[in-house]
Design a binder for this molecule. Structure first.
Ligand code: Q46
Ligand code: ZN
Ligand code: ZN
Length: 295
């Protein structure tokens, strides 16, 4: 297999583009895909102050590296979820990444800042760990981005993550979720603007990008991942992609182009405890925190 650009020996094949690339041209290809997405959806520019939520995994570190290469002003937030050695190790990968590139990182320890860990929250609320975790991440990353006065919160969701979420939302006809599944969620009262510049890059491509760029990342899977519904949907999508290369991108890209699900926006009020927007008296995060810290 030869590189599509320079015809030297290829390092990575991208079946859905019917192309192969050498190391340098693959890195260049991924960077251009991200740059194109940023421009096409008018996500941000070089004057904006950005912050990215990083987990220590390949997607968020690869994306931060790409934004850094492209000259964007992007800082990072790591939320230590208190999942034993996994969280400690993930934090160490991020610290090394940050040091090598001289970047700015804010670390929030869930236990220190909010009084609980994800294993405790899952046990006391009987929710699945991923549901308690997702809720906590959404809430706390938004809080930190607002506190820091950033223009946008950058999320590391890749093509496969977004397509799997879309698949799940369509299978369940979750019209409200479909209406909110956007590449750019504009800021509103109490909510920071959120953007997903990695939606054109597949998971195996972010992994290849990280390896070829020398990014050392957490390869171990989270020990609490069992039952994660997005992962189950990803397995289904992977089967479809294997049989029909390109179907994942086609599915997601078509949704962005033609899919507009205009559910009536929920009526929001201020949470009685924290003041952030919610549909009930108290927001889901405050309720989770109360249960998780009750002993
Ligand atoms: S960290 Fe949290 Fe993931 Fe672990 S508990 Fe689930 S959601 S699997 S990305
Ligand atoms: Zn090449
Ligand atoms: Zn609240």
């Amino acid at each position: 297999m030869r590189c599509r650009v320079c015809t030297s020996r290829a390092a990575v094949e991208v079946r859905r583009h019917n192309a192969a690339f050498c190391r340098d041209h693959f890195i260049d290809h991924v960077v251009r895909q991200v740059e194109r997405t940023i421009h096409e959806f008018d996500m941000f520019d070089h004057t904006d102050r950005l912050v990215i939520g990083v987990s220590g995994g390949k997607d968020s570190l690869a994306l931060w590296d790409i934004l850094h290469r492209l000259g964007y002003r992007c800082e990072g937030i790591y939320l230590d979820l208190g999942i034993d050695a996994y969280s400690t190790e993930s934090g160490e990968y991020i610290e090394r990444f940050v040091k090598e590139r001289d970047l700015i990182l804010r670390v929030v320890d869930l236990q220190d800042a909010y009084g609980f860990t994800i294993p405790q929250a899952a046990e006391s609320t009987r929710r699945s760990p991923c549901s308690a975790c997702g809720l906590s991440k959404r809430y706390i990353l938004n809080e930190e981005a607002l506190k820091g006065g950033y223009d946008a919160l950058v999320m590391g969701h890749n093509l496969d993550d977004e397509a799997a979420t879309l698949f799940s939302n369509v299978l369940n006809w979750s019209v409200e979720y479909l209406a909110r599944q956007k590449v750019v969620l504009p800021a509103s009262d109490g909510l920071v603007k959120k953007v997903k510049p990695l939606v054109r890059v597949a998971e195996r491509e972010t992994a290849a990008y990280a390896v070829l760029s020398g990014i050392d990342y957490e390869v171990e899977e989270c020990p609490m991942v069992a039952g994660n519904t997005v992962n189950r949907m990803k397995e289904w999508m992977a089967l479809l992609e294997h049989r029909s290369p390109g179907v994942t991108q086609h599915f997601l890209g078509g949704f962005y182009k033609v899919g507009s699900f205009d559910a009536a926006p929920p009526v929001l009020r201020s949470c009685e405890s924290c003041g952030r927007p919610t549909t009930g008296e108290r927001c889901a995060f405050c309720r989770l925190q109360e249960l998780a810290t009750r002993s």
